[in-house]
Write a protein that binds this ligand. Structure first.
Ligand code: ADP
Ligand code: ADP
Length: 233
């Protein structure tokens, strides 16, 4: 069953004087439960693609279906609704809110969904425990190590049980030990059924994916199945 399907997806950025083609016809199909890594040199369109797949931006051309629904021309309001219910984001720089505690940060997506206080308490505690940061619930982000901040960010991204997690260089600001820890947590979430799409420069992080999609100049140039990962399953 497909979660994502794009056909000839295009994105052009137009400023006063220049037009940049960031995506030049991307055909991508991602099944539910897959773990896909997107790789390629700087400027090849990775972030643009992730932003469109994450419904943060809309394409300039082509077709984009999410969970079978054609949302190529969805309004910002419709995209926001789908994001809120189905998506979780993990960023290189964690993007936690400094003025809120770990627990308050993780509760935010549930507040947007209007989840009750008791249910929020329960789900936030579960998410913190799964990520091993329950002992830091009352700390502020700046009081945590990078690894702890990213674990808090993953707890926030998953507290609403999204069908898709989009991760942009999730280990980019971490040392290798904490990077591997974050990849192991993303793998655990994937094995529990969540689809993961991750942009990465790191070949060792890409090893955690089922499939590696290589972009160059806004197009998919190669796709590799991760033989080791498939063999292991
Ligand atoms: P990557 O993530 O692979 O580094 P991006 O998706 O950020 O690539 O960028 C793809 C191309 O689109 C680049 O040429 C970049 O300069 C351009 N680009 C990205 N965002 C914008 C923007 N908001 N306005 C204009 N050009 C942009
Ligand atoms: P870092 O990301 O900086 O390695 P950790 O959270 O892994 O931080 O570890 C910080 C301290 O918290 C360590 O002493 C560790 O043993 C302890 N710790 C880690 N996870 C838990 C947990 N789930 N419950 C209680 N203590 C923990």
């Amino acid at each position: 069953e497909l979660l994502i399907e794009t056909k000839q997806l295009q994105k052009k950025y137009v400023t006063d004087t220049v037009e940049t083609t960031a995506l030049a016809g991307v055909d991508l199909r991602i099944a539910k439960g897959e773990f896909v890594a997107i790789m390629g040199p700087s400027g090849c369109g990775k972030s643009t693609l992730l932003n469109i797949l994450g419904l943060l931006d809309s394409p300039s051309g082509g077709m984009f279906k999410f969970q079978g629904e054609d949302i190529t021309h969805a309004s910002e309001r419709q995209r926001a609704k789908i994001r809120k219910h189905n998506l979780g984001f993990v960023f290189q720089s964690f993007n936690l809110i400094d003025e809120l505690t770990v627990e308050e940060n993780i509760a935010l997506p549930l507040a947007y969904l209007g989840v009750s206080k008791a249910e929020t308490e329960k789900r936030v505690t579960e998410a913190m425990e799964r990520m091993g940061i329950a002992h830091r619930r009352n700390h502020f982000p700046q009081q945590l190590s990078g690894g702890q901040q990213q674990r808090a960010a993953i707890a926030r991204a998953t507290v609403s049980s999204p069908s898709l997690i989009l991760a942009d260089e999730p280990t980019g600001n971490l040392d290798s030990v904490h990077g591997r820890e974050v990849m192991a947590l993303l793998t655990e979430l994937n094995e529990a059924g969540t689809t993961v799409v991750m942009v990465t420069h790191s070949p060792s992080d890409a090893e955690y994916a089922h499939r590696i999609v290589n972009l160059f100049d806004g197009q998919i140039v190669t796709e590799n199945l991760n033989v080791r990962k498939h063999a292991a399953e």
